[in-house]
Design a protein around this ligand. Structure first.
Ligand SMILES: [Zn+2]
Ligand SMILES: [Zn+2]
Length: 270
């Protein structure tokens, strides 16, 4: 740990605070609920937290340094485990928005945590995707992709002892990049290779800055839902530079038009 303090104590290096403008609260108002026509309506119950990545005010994500990034990742893991113990949360979503083009609202380096009382649709679809890639048999599509990338390298950005970084097939936006552990593992919060992950993550963000000219970006951790372990999954981090603005086709039909093929994107970031 850098500095003298505990993670959430005096002289802190990374700390967690309740979000001042929460979209999810522990006692949600039910106003308007009776008017909702969907059977799937529910109050915005849950947890909104801000994770302050560093006490220093002006650092860009690639300037935090691997030591501080490791502290931040360790805090992500701690908060997932703490919310899992509380028992009210189904999924913990951890994100960072960087730059005004990526919905960042606060200058000080920070990540956000959303403790959701349901499994979000994107995770649900990914869980289904793991099953349909290996119907009725054991196997993991992300392990397949990692193996394939290591063999062919056409969409590979970089590798380390424990991680593989690549631009995925059918990327939604130009330069979409995934960081995936080589070792098959359901849960991000169980990852013990944080030193390596922090080095890799810093390196990738530095490449974004240098080769894509400091783009706004979003990243998020995709990990297994809080409870149960019956479905196949393989945790990963997705990073989306925001160089183009999704339009009516993307938002209205869920059809993503990407003008930079992942092979070209990977070649630039390599
Ligand atoms: Zn796997
Ligand atoms: Zn994912």
């Amino acid at each position: 740990m850098r500095g003298h303090g505990q993670r959430n104590g005096p002289g802190w290096s990374v700390r967690t605070l309740p979000n001042k403008f929460p979209i999810l609260v522990s006692e949600a108002p039910r106003a308007g609920m009776e008017r909702a026509l969907s059977p799937d309506r529910r109050p915005a119950l849950g947890t909104s937290e801000v994770i302050v990545d560093t006490p220093e005010h002006d650092l860009a994500p690639w300037e935090l340094g691997p030591g501080q990034v490791k502290e931040m990742l360790a805090m992500y893991q701690e908060r997932i485990q703490a919310l899992a113990k509380e028992g009210r949360t189904s999924y913990v979503h951890l994100i960072r928005n960087h730059g005004t083009g990526a919905a960042s609202s606060l200058e000080h380096p920070h990540s956000q945590l959303f403790g959701l009382p349901f499994i979000p649709p994107t995770i649900d679809a990914e869980l289904d995707g793991f099953v349909s890639a290996h119907p009725g048999e054991a196997g993991c599509v992300l392990c397949d992709i990692v193996r394939d990338e290591e063999e062919t390298g056409t969409q590979l950005v970089m590798t380390s002892e424990n991680f593989v970084v690549f631009c995925p097939f059918a990327s939604r936006l130009p330069y979409e990049t995934w960081v995936v552990p080589r070792r098959h593992q359901l849960r991000f919060e169980k990852c013990r290779e944080l030193d390596d992950l922090a080095e890799v993550f810093t390196d990738v963000l530095m490449r974004f800055k240098e080769r894509l000219n400091d783009p706004p970006f979003n990243y998020w951790v995709h990990t297994y839902p809080v409870s149960g372990e019956s479905r196949p999954f393989h945790w990963h981090i997705e990073i989306l530079p925001r160089l183009t603005v999704p339009g009516g086709l993307e938002l209205g039909a869920g059809v993503w038009v990407n003008t930079v093929p992942p092979e070209e994107a990977a070649a630039l970031l390599r």
